[in-house]
Design a protein around this ligand. Structure first.
Ligand code: ADP
Length: 491
C-alpha cells in the first residue's frame, strides 16, 4: 500500500440549493447541512436541507410539467434530443465533473474520469435513442374490435439514490424516466449532493422544461420519506440498503406506488483450479476493491478451489500490497477514503469481528494514515460461511476468502445468502460456467470478468437484492404503464 500525496486544486462548487421548477431555492426551513470531503474530513460546502415542504413544491412542479406543461405535449423524438444534449454537455465538462465527484465522494479521480463519467454519458445516450421507440402492440381479440396497447409514462417518479456512484445513479434514474416521458423528483444521498445538482443545471441548459427535473437534497427519513409518502408521486425508484427498502415498501403501501429497488449484495466470486489464475486474481482484486469496496455488487466472498488456494491467496496479497492509496484528486491514486465517518467505523468494526471470529487477516486490517476515512485493503483468509464477514454486506475494502472442494456444495454455499445481486466464476470449462450461470440465484452472472456494466444490459437483484431491473429495455419498461384500447368496428 503505497501513499500518494500531492497538493491538488479542488473544483468549483456552483450549486448548493434545491432545484425546483427550474429555480434554485433555499430549503423552506432555511436549514442547511454540510457535505464533507472524506479525504480531509473538512466541510466542502453547506447544502440546502430539503424536507416535506420542499418535496411538496417539487412534486407539484413535476405534476404540472407532466399533466399540462410543454413536456406532456413534446414529441418523443425531441425528448431524445434533450437527453442527447445533456449527454453532450456532460461530456464537454467531463474533467470538472469527475473532479467534483471525486471531491464529494472520495473516489479516485481516475475512476470517476474513466469509469463513472463514460458510463453516465453512455447511459443517457442509450436511453435518448429509446425515447421514440416505445410502443405497444395490436392484439387480435374475439369479435369485431380493434384492440391495441399503448405504453405510457408512469407519471411523476420519485428517485432516491445512494452515494457510491452519485452521477451514475442519476443517469440510471433520469435516462429511462425521461425517455419514457416521466417527470422526476430526485433526492440525492446526503453524503454526495454536489454532482447531482450540477447535472440538474446542465439539464436546464440542455433545454429540459421547468419542472421536468427537480432535485431536493436532504436526509432520508425527512426528505426521502416525504417523497415516498406523497400522494401525487406515482413511482419510487430506490437504490440503497435493503432495510431502507423495507421501510419504503411499508410507507408506500398507503398509496400503492410502483416500486423498483436495487439493493445490496454479498456476491460470490468463484475461482476454479483450471482458471487463468493471474487474470482471476486481478478480477477478484478489482471485483472487491474497486470504488473502495463500496459497490452493491462487490465480489466480497471469494471462493477458491482448495487445490490452488495457497497460490491464489499469495497473488491476491501481492496485488493488495501494491494498491496505491492517496488523495482522490491525484491521478495516480487507486484507492481513496471511504465516504464518511459512519462507513469507516462500520468497516473497522467488521475487521475487528473478522479477527475475533477466527479468520486470518493476511494483509491490511488497519486505518491508513491519520486523516481522512482511509482503510487499508484488507484480506481475510480461512473464512467460514457462518462468520459475519461472510454474511453481512461490509461495503468496504474487506475481502473474505473461502475454500471449496466439491462443485455442488460450492453452488449451495454461493446461494446461501438472502442476497442475489451478482456472482462470478473464473474457469476455462464452458459447461461449468453455464451450470454456474443457471444455478446461482443472482441477477447478474459474470464469467471470466467482473463489474462489466453496459446501459443495454439489465441489472438488478434476486431475493432481497432488489425488485425489478434497471438498464436495458427492462429498465425503461419500469417507467411505463400499459394501456389497452378497444374500438368497436361495427358500422
Ligand atoms: P446507504 O447505506 O447507502 O446510505 P441508505 O439506504 O441508507 O443506504 O441510503 C440510500 C438513500 O436512501 C439515501 O439517499 C438516503 O438518504 C435515503 N434514505 C434513507 N432512509 C430513508 C427513508 N426512511 N425513506 C426514504 N429514503 C431514505
Amino acid at each position: 500500500m503505497a501513499a500518494v500525496t500531492k497538493s491538488i486544486t479542488p473544483p468549483k462548487i456552483r450549486h448548493t440549493e434545491c432545484f425546483i421548477d427550474g429555480k434554485w431555492l433555499p430549503a423552506a426551513s432555511g436549514k442547511t447541512f454540510p457535505t464533507i470531503n472524506p479525504a480531509t474530513e473538512e466541510v466542502i460546502a453547506e447544502v440546502a436541507e430539503g424536507d416535506a415542504e420542499d418535496i411538496n413544491l417539487a412534486v407539484e412542479a413535476a405534476r404540472r410539467a407532466f399533466d399540462s406543461g410543454p413536456w406532456s405535449r413534446m414529441d418523443a423524438r425531441d425528448r431524445g434530443r434533450l437527453l442527447n444534449r445533456l449527454a453532450d454537455l456532460i461530456e464537454e465538462e467531463i474533467d470538472e465533473l469527475a473532479a467534483l465527484e471525486s471531491l464529494d465522494n472520495g473516489k479516485p479521480i481516475r475512476d470517476a474520469r474513466t469509469a463513472d463519467l463514460p458510463l453516465v454519458i453512455d447511459c443517457l445516450r442509450y436511453y435518448a435513442g429509446y425515447a421514440d421507440k416505445i410502443h405497444g402492440a395490436t392484439i387480435p381479440v374475439r369479435g369485431n374490435y380493434f384492440t391495441y396497447t399503448r405504453r405510457e409514462p408512469v407519471g411523476v417518479a420519485g428517485q432516491i439514490i445512494p452515494w457510491n456512484f452519485p452521477m451514475l445513479m442519476v443517469a440510471w434514474k433520469w435516462g429511462p424516466a425521461l425517455a419514457a416521458g416521466c417527470t422526476v423528483v430526485m433526492k440525492p444521498a446526503e453524503q454526495t449532493p454536489l454532482t447531482c445538482l450540477r447535472m440538474a443545471a446542465l439539464a436546464q441548459e440542455a433545454g429540459f422544461p421547468d419542472g421536468v427535473i427537480n432535485v431536493v437534497p436532504g436526509f432520508g427519513p425527512t426528505a426521502g420519506a416525504a417523497l415516498v409518502k406523497h400522494p401525487q408521486v406515482d413511482k419510487i425508484a430506490f437504490t440503497g440498503e435493503h432495510r431502507t427498502a423495507q421501510i419504503i415498501m411499508r410507507e408506500a403501501a398507503d398509496t400503492l406506488k410502483r416500486l423498483t429497488f436495487e439493493l445490496g449484495g454479498k456476491s460470490p466470486n468463484v475461482i476454479l483450479a483450471d482458471a487463468d489464475l493471474d487474470r482471476a486474481a486481478e478480477g477478484a482484486h478489482f471485483g472487491l476493491f474497486f470504488n473502495q469496496g463500496q459497490c452493491c455488487c462487490a465480489g466480497s466472498r471469494v471462493f477458491v478451489d482448495e487445490r490452488v488456494h495457497d497460490e491464489f491467496v499469495e497473488k491476491l496479497k501481492n496485488l493488495a500490497q501494491q494498491r496505491k492509496l492517496g488523495h482522490p484528486l491525484d491521478p495516480e491514486t487507486e484507492q481513496g477514503p471511504q465516504v464518511d465517518q459512519a462507513q469507516f467505523e462500520k468497516i473497522m468494526s467488521y475487521i475487528q469481528k473478522g479477527n475475533e471470529e477466527g479468520a486470518k487477516c493476511v494483509v491490511g486490517g488497519k486505518r491508513f494514515g491519520d486523516r481522512g476515512y482511509y482503510v487499508e485493503p484488507t484480506i481475510f483468509d480461512e473464512v467460514s460461511d457462518s462468520m459475519s464477514i461472510a454474511q453481512d454486506e461490509i461495503f468496504g475494502p474487506v475481502m473474505s476468502v473461502l475454500k471449496f472442494r466439491d462443485w455442488d456444495e460450492l453452488i449451495e454455499r454461493a446461494n446461501k445468502t438472502f442476497y442475489g445481486l451478482a456472482a462470478a466464476v473464473w474457469t476455462r470449462d464452458v459447461a461449468k460456467a453455464h451450470d454456474f450461470a443457471k444455478r446461482v440465484r443472482a441477477g447478474t452472472i459474470w464469467v471470466n470478468c467482473y463489474d462489466v456494466f453496459d446501459a443495454a444490459a439489465p441489472f438488478g437483484g434476486f431475493k432481497m437484492s432488489g425488485q425489478g431491473r434497471e438498464l436495458g429495455e427492462e429498465g425503461l419498461r419500469a417507467y411505463t404503464e400499459s394501456k389497452t384500447v378497444t374500438i368497436n368496428l361495427d358500422t
